[in-house]
Write a protein of this length. Sequence first.
Length: 862
Amino acid sequence: MSDTDGKKPLGLGGAPRSGQVKQSFSHGRTKSVVVETKRKRVVVPTPAKPGAPGAGAASSGSGFGDPSKRPAGITDAEMERRLAALRAAKAREAEDAARRAEEERQREEDRARRREEIEAKEREDRERAEALRLKAEEEERAAKAEAAAKIAAAEARRAEVLGTRSRSTMPAPKPAERPAKADAAAPAAPAATEEARGPAGAKPGLSPRKTDREKDDRSDRSAKRGADDGRRSGKLTLSDALSGESGRQRSLAAMKRKQEKARAKALGLGHKAEKQSRDVQLPETIVVSELANRMAERAADVVKALMKMGMMVTMNQAIDADTAELVIEEFGHKAVRVSDADVEQVIDTVEDKSEDLQPRPPIVTIMGHVDHGKTSLLDALRKTSVATGEAGGITQHIGAYQVKTPNGQLVTFLDTPGHAAFTSMRSRGAQVTDIVILVVAADDAVMPQTVEAINHAKAAKVPMIVAINKIDKHEANPTKVRTDLLQHEVVVEAMSGDVQDVEVSAKTGLGLDDLLEAIALQAEVLELQANPNRAASGAVIEAKLDVGRGPVATVLVQNGTLRKGDIFVVGEQWGKVRALINDKGETITEAGPSVPVEVLGLSGTPSAGDTLNVVETEAQAREIADYRIKTAKDKRAAAGAATTLEQLMAKAKADQSVAELPILIKADVQGSAEAIVQAMEKIGNEEVRVRVLHSGVGAITDTDVGLAEASKAPIIGFNVRANASARQSANQKGVEIRYYSIIYDLVDDIKAAASGLLKAEVREHFIGYAKILEVFKVSGVGKVAGCLVTEGVARRSAGVRLLRDNVVIHEGTLKTLKRFKDEVKEVISGQECGMAFENYEDVRQGDVIEIFEREEVQRTLD
Ligand SMILES: Nc1nc2c(ncn2[C@@H]2O[C@H](COP(=O)(O)OP(=O)(O)OP(=O)(O)O)[C@@H](O)[C@H]2O)c(=O)[nH]1
């Protein structure tokens, strides 16, 4: 650098030397070009410093290391400063090198120490695993020896019994062979250890039962390592450590399983119990524990299986049938789908064989008009006096009693307050009566309720016996009763008919024996039989909630024998018979066919007419009851949807075929009831009418609600109210009860309701005409008619008719009504507009559009 011109900056490296050259081109153009020339690098040797190996390298290029070769233009002070900096740098370098060497040495020491530790640990693990293996093998040997001993003993016994049976037919292991086999397995593990060195090989506990896959994996690993095994011997990688660890655990578990298997084998004489495949009844939903129960599996296993399928459920949760079916298949069973209603199938409905049938007492219901002496007659038959204890002389309870005839036959009497219970029982399918006794007072005549009773008996196809009561009275006229009955197609024997008639007096007891005889005769004709040796079934005659005894039901056993302790389902209730009490108030242990009993032990109060069925288990009973509650609820919800007057009207509007308004009328007196019925009959025309389903006198009862529910009719109460239970059931069933005290209000309301059933009248108003002048085709809209409104007004919302030569071609609505470019609501006469029809394209020039509006006018009944 001594030859520098002094303008160039000072640098350590051989900086390029540069100069400018002026180039000349044609037309006088010139260009200055910078030319750089690189100097040859001069290496200046510098004295090497002891202990600083890199010192020589640092001096290369500049010659600063040698103060005698100072570059030109450098002051002494500058030179000194540079040399000092150079020395300091060299010293730092030397220090760093020394530190690195020391660190390297320490790391080497650490590595050696860790290697030793790992090797020691591996040794220890190997020893422990070996000990465990030996212990397990020892136990296994013992178990096998035990099993073999048992097998040998069994074999000996069998040989003793059979005499000829050869030992060779039984592949029983000889006790001596077993330990040998077990020993043979032992060297296999060390061999594996040899084969795969390091942690993978450190699995002396690996059972010889290891699967092929595992063996393959292991050999794969060994092969992979192959070449560097020597180099990496004694090293423990994380994956090796983990796999070694899990391998050991698996081995222990495998050994345990093996031991258990050996033990089970020994106990079962070498045969594992065959897994049983079951048919599992599967309803629409099932609780996990119940599913496990039906499969005879552990609930925990079922929960586990469900978890594997991705369903996190507990054993008390319900799962759907599809999921349950998968689980059932998983466990190797067969699912048998049953619908919810199938729960009822457990009820024994098998027809009795004729040889199992035995005669049973007839069940007799006494019916008749009020005060004709029903209760008195029953009392006289029972020789008790229930009638005298009754408030106001009206029968207030439902009962069933058994009476013995003079010739020793039993007759079961049902005492019902009129016909409601009889009908309600029949409507529930509980046809409990075999014979109806129609009581007609000889001093009176055939009355409305007598006729009702006749109709009920005829509808139920139950034979009748006419008891002409109060024959003791001097004004009694039995012949009139007989002739009256003729009008109602009841021809008694005295009138050469086939209906038995007996003249009786409940007061004096006259003719009672004849009546019982007539019953016996009728029963004989009916050949009443039942099978007492089967699960009982019966009908609820009455049920109540007794303060002391809980829910109590009077049940008439119809078939089978009901016993104390029987589990049953009755309507929506279920229970276990805690006690049976007969009609005399005595506790009995069993009740056969036709025996009325009070049943204690119910879960709740059933309804009259409900059927009682004995089932096998409590679970079944509960399941059926739950199912019935659910279906009843659904039914109520469905029924509740259309029984108010408003709903009925709405429904009628939606369904134009309905033109009848059904109602039930209850009034305080007969006169009012009749007046209301007549007024109702006058409401309506040829399109609608009011239909009185039933009219009666007295409070609104459960029976009325039941009838109203069935016919989806409202109940009209005129100066009467519903009793508490009727109110409750009306609420439950969604039956509307309306109270009135002024007949005109009632008539007006019903008229309004019936008017709602009338179809609304549709009136059409013509509003304008438009003539099509031209037809355009507009993309996205279709054909648009360019029109002139010639008369009235064209309205967007109005109806339109297309007329061609005064013939209606199309009727519909407008898709668009435009005035110039704008969509408008209305265009008046004299203006031009564009119209397009909804879903219609065939418009032509010269066609006329008729525009009209429709109005619905609600009609009312006059
Ligand atoms: N003289 C006479 N009176 C009788 C006879 N049977 C019933 N009575 C009377 O008739 C009235 C009505 O008798 P009940 O047995 O209560 O009549 P019921 O048909 O059961 O009446 P309800 O319970 O209201 O349906 C009572 O006052 C009885 O004493 C009879 O054979 N002769």
